[in-house]
Design a protein around this ligand. Structure first.
Ligand code: PXP
Length: 240
């Protein structure tokens, strides 16, 4: 399989936080996802701690056997935690308190000077850095300028496209963006809104080496179990 599958377990924690209790435990979910074929566990420690807690991150750093990818806003508070816990990768994402999920890509072009030292601190600590951005040439070039070795292309507009034409246009933007990033020497992941019906066109994009998928897998897991939900997704990705 050329495309790695990062399973985002945030929404297991969302369910736990609905009762502020101890179950379901995202740490257990991470282990089951790995056994079912996830090659990475992705989690987002949000500033408002609405789902993942610091405890989850610290435990998963000890228990995850594959790769640990921490999605985070570029803030000093979360950076301090990340530099202490040392995930394999940090993915910098925009974060707004009122949003339901990460809505847009990171505005890299408009905050280059702020992001440069931030990214450097992680790279110096041996932590890989990825920037979650729209498939927009300006943001891709800016990502290179700020020193990011990797980007994750936001597939939300592709996933939410209302018509076939719009979806085809968004797919083309993703293909062109992945190609440009690769030509510039950056590696490329993709994610957001990917599900069992729309994942294969993205998995076919040559330069994309990893997909991060959460909501659709956890939703299916409610009915068929997490093991099967991860295996079903892997099978779709593998068969392209
Ligand atoms: N990648 C990034 C950077 C994200 O912020 C998210 C959402 O947390 C995902 C992937 C997964 O998106 P979804 O839950 O829609 O699959």
């Amino acid at each position: 399989m050329k495309t790695n599958l990062g399973v985002n377990i945030d929404h297991v924690a969302t369910l736990r936080q609905a009762r502020r209790g101890s179950s379901p435990d995202p740490v257990t979910a991470a282990a089951i996802a790995e056994l079912a074929g996830a090659t990475q566990i992705t989690l987002h420690l949000r500033e408002d701690r609405r789902h993942i807690q610091e405890r989850d991150l610290r435990l998963m750093r000890q228990t995850v056997q594959t790769e640990l990818n921490l999605e985070m806003a570029a803030t000093d508070e979360i950076a301090r935690i990340a530099l202490d816990v040392r995930p394999d990768t940090v993915t910098l994402v925009p974060e707004r308190r009122e949003e339901l999920t990460t809505e847009g890509g990171l505005e890299v072009a408009g905050q280059k000077e702020r992001l440069k030292p931030f990214i450097r601190a992680f790279l110096d600590a041996g932590i890989r850095v990825s920037l979650f951005i729209a498939p927009d040439p300006e943001q891709i070039r800016a990502s290179l300028e700020v020193g990011a070795p990797r980007i994750e292309l936001h597939t939300g507009r592709y996933a939410d496209a209302a018509t076939r034409e719009e979806r085809a246009n968004e797919l083309r933007r993703i293909e062109e963006g992945a190609h440009l990033a690769s030509q510039l020497g950056m590696s490329v992941a993709a994610g957001h809104g990917l599900d069992y019906a729309n994942v294969q066109d993205i998995a076919r994009v040559e330069e994309i080496d990893e997909l991060n998928i959460g909501h659709s897998i956890v939703s299916r897991a409610v009915f068929v179990g997490l093991d099967r939900a991860v295996r079903d997704m892997r099978a779709l990705i593998e068969s392209v």
